[in-house]
Design a protein. Structure first.
Length: 248
């Protein structure tokens, strides 16, 4: 759990009955999600179920057409992505999205661009402790790194803004199984140090092996939500993935 005592009952992130459209097409339907400080929560769902759209809605890359997104109890309506990052969220995007022609160091420094304090070097050292390989590659062009190394840099970059909730979009995607396992071990470690994590995944068994709780999206609607233990045992998980839960 985190050490933020005064507002510990306030969710660090909340979706209240959110609808999101792209143009006239409705993608999210009445989605409600809460994440308490220090929690590790996963959002599961098959292809095109709306997982990335949920993260884009948190960051204000698309505004909800109904409902509200709150960070630390504060309504984010009208705030830019940068303002939301300053409020305490940051994302490791799908496929990592590094600035491939820039060095590893430059990518990490971009993650801290909103910060004015002088503790960036200390945070870099912390990231090097977590990922010694990143330190070895510091001056290398990011595009020349392996997929696993790029994932480490992307996680490091997101941590450089000191998020209270870290958003991760499909951390298992495109990585060999051994790297997926390492990646999830790192997510657990970040969470154990007090940062809430919201991990979006198609790989349900992997995500549920580390999460406290999970939500399942089907065609933009939450059709199941429960503790990770209960979801692992729920036969409806399969139907949810296949888009077969009726009236969802
Ligand atoms: N910018 C956009 N404009 C219009 N439609 C979009 C846009 N981005 C996504 N969509 C549509 O929204 C739906 C949900 O997409 P989203 O990317 O949120 O799903 P996802 O669960 O992340 O899928 P995946 O597992 O493929 O990453 C899809 O039908 C997709 O085609
Ligand atoms: Mg996606």
């Amino acid at each position: 759990m985190s050490d933020r005592s005064p507002t510990d009952s306030t969710p660090v992130l909340e979706f209240r009955n959110v609808d999101t459209h792209y143009g006239t097409v409705q993608i999210l339907h009445d989605v409600s999600i809460t994440i308490a400080p220090g929690e590790l929560v996963c959002l599961l769902g098959g292809n095109a179920s709306g997982k990335t759209t949920t993260l884009r809605t948190i960051l204000g890359m698309v505004e909800p057409t109904a409902g509200a997104v709150l960070i630390d109890g504060q309504d984010m309506q009208g705030l830019t992505t940068a303002q939301r990052v300053a409020q305490g969220v940051s994302m490791v995007p799908e496929n990592r999205r590094l600035f491939k022609r820039m060095s590893v160091r430059e990518n990490l420094e971009i993650g801290a661009y909103l910060r004015k304090d002088d503790e960036k070097e200390a945070d870099l050292e912390h990231i090097f402790t977590m990922f010694p390989r990143v330190k070895e590659r510091l001056n290398q062009t990011s595009g020349t790194l392996s997929g696993g190394e790029q994932q480490m840099v992307a996680v490091g970059r997101a941590l450089m803004s000191r998020p209270r909730v870290l958003l991760m979009d499909e951390p298992s995607m495109g990585l060999a199984p051994i790297l997926v396992a390492q990646n999830f071990a790192i997510i657990e470690q970040i969470n154990a140090a007090g940062t809430a994590v919201f991990v979006v995944e198609q790989n349900a068994s992997m995500a549920l092996s580390i999460a406290d709780r999970g939500y399942v999206l089907q065609s933009g609607r939450i059709v199941l939500s429960d503790t990770a233990e209960a979801l692992k045992a729920d036969p409806r998980m399969r139907e949810a993935y296949l888009g077969e839960i009726p009236d969802a």
